[in-house]
Design a protein around this ligand. Structure first.
Ligand code: MTE
Ligand code: MO
Length: 421
């Protein structure tokens, strides 16, 4: 008994800052970044080894970059060389070893399973490799993807993501629930939350660790894997190798990279990345009336599943489309809970709509490729797309109605302005 309490105390220290300090440190990353570093000054290939040049860099010091759609659309499974990347702690003076697309040389990796368990354990990478593996194709997407579009109402602090903070990736690893069962880590009845902890650490002691919590009854955990492979190879260090938690259908932040611990607890993590960041207010909020630090556990919910969304991949402005027949293509996805039943497309700024054809997706959580034939006239054109699923969930015509001070979960009807030659 005292043993498990002791280990819980140790875990609490390992698992992050106290709630009080946590709030203060949420903006740490951005404070450390001098304005000169803030936008696209360095090239993506220099910031993370193995990335192609020309990714759109949002934060050089932290290694935050997105994929231009002209590149993203070329691949069924987004390759490591172009997949968007997001870290919260500076690479410098911290852990440059993971700022690369190379597989990490970390044979000694262990995950500490701890908290309200019968007995804490260390599970090694070698242990995990021996267990049964399953594949999941799923979209990984930053909750801030599309944040820049909220600026039409009021600009939100943080990386001004366009649509390229996402990718469609093939993951492979050990299914989470059987893993917990097999190790007989039957949590006590008070254990209602599972917290995943990332290895990476804030640069200063008052910083808060990157930790995310899931309710143990959450059906999304039924599909979760402790991933060891990405697109058929060991997971690149910058994408969280050697071991990463993947919860298909859940926003990027929920997919903890560099997984170092799994903690059973009676409450969710005090980490500011759980309690303050990556949350959505449960009521509509107004700019100036609800701020980035006004989130509480009761007025907001974590950014769990992807809100339904579609993105137009072609034609893009860079394609210099010509007047006449055109095929409009793109992808749609949601949290995988209900099938996507339609993608409507408009080539005239929303005056008329037609149903696109949707290809059978590789999995409920994967990109759903769609296409529609249309005809474009010379001059300015506005293309739009809107996905809907079997639960009737759809993209709001006015995405700005979901404005929130941290700029998450943009899923307004896709709108693309083109000049047709
Ligand atoms: N350990 C750790 N895991 C993390 C993060 C992090 O900073 N540290 N960032 C999260 C966020 S916000 C996103 S969007 C995704 C990004 O995954 P990627 O860099 O592989 O594209 O990782 C998530 N997991
Ligand atoms: Mo993110």
């Amino acid at each position: 008994m005292s043993r498990s309490i002791d280990s819980f105390e140790i875990s609490r220290r390992r698992f992050g800052a106290l709630a009080g300090a946590a709030g203060l440190s949420m903006g740490l990353g951005s404070r450390l970044v001098s304005p000169a570093f803030a936008e696209a000054v360095a090239d993506s290939a220099e910031i993370i080894q193995g990335k192609v040049p020309g990714l759109l860099v949002h934060n050089a010091k932290l290694g935050v970059m997105e994929t231009p759609l002209t590149l993203l659309r070329k691949y069924a499974h987004t390759p490591k060389e172009i997949l968007f990347c997001r870290f919260h702690f500076p690479h410098e003076g911290n852990a440059a070893w993971y700022a690369t697309t190379a597989a990490p040389d970390r044979k000694d990796w262990t995950i500490r399973v701890d908290g309200l368990v019968q007995r804490p354990r260390d599970v090694t990478l070698a242990d995990l490799e021996k267990m049964g593996q399953e594949k999941r194709v799923s979209v990984i997407q930053c909750a801030g993807n599309g944040r820049s579009y909220y600026a039409a109402r009021q600009k939100v602090a943080g990386g001004q993501w366009k649509n390229g903070g996402m990718g469609n990736v093939k993951w492979e690893g050990v299914p989470l629930r059987p893993f917990l069962d097999e190790l007989k880590m039957v949590p006590s009845s008070e254990a209602t939350w599972l917290t995943a902890e990332g290895w990476d650490q804030p640069a200063t002691p008052e910083g808060t660790d990157f930790a995310k919590s899931y309710h143990l009854d959450d059906p999304a955990l039924d599909h979760a894997i402790i991933a060891l492979k990405m697109n058929g190879e060991p997971i690149p260090a910058c994408h969280g190798g050697p071991v990463r938690l993947i919860i298909p259908g859940y926003y990027g932040n929920m997919n903890v990279k560099l997984l170092s611990g799994l903690l059973f607890a009676a409450a969710q993590s005090p980490s500011a990345y759980q309690s303050l960041g990556y949350r959505m207010p449960i009521m509509p909020v107004e700019p100036g009336k609800f701020g980035a630090n006004d989130y509480t556990l009761s007025n907001s919910v974590p950014t769990y599943g992807h809100t339904i969304k579609s993105v137009i991949f072609s034609p893009l402005p860079d394609d210099n489309p010509k007047a006449g027949a055109v095929e409009i293509t793109g992808v749609a996805f949601n949290d995988g809970v209900a099938p996507i039943t339609s993608v409507e497309v408009s080539a005239d700024g929303g005056k008329s709509w037609q149903n696109a054809e949707i290809e059978t997706p590789e999995s409920p959580w994967a990109w759903h490729h769609w296409s529609a034939k249309a005809s474009l006239a010379k001059g300015a054109a506005v293309l739009m797309s809107r996905a809907t699923d079997a639960l009737g969930r759809t993209q709001p015509i006015d995405g700005l109605a979901r404005w929130n001070p941290r700029g998450y979960e943009w899923n307004g009807v896709e709108r693309l302005e083109l000049t047709v030659a």
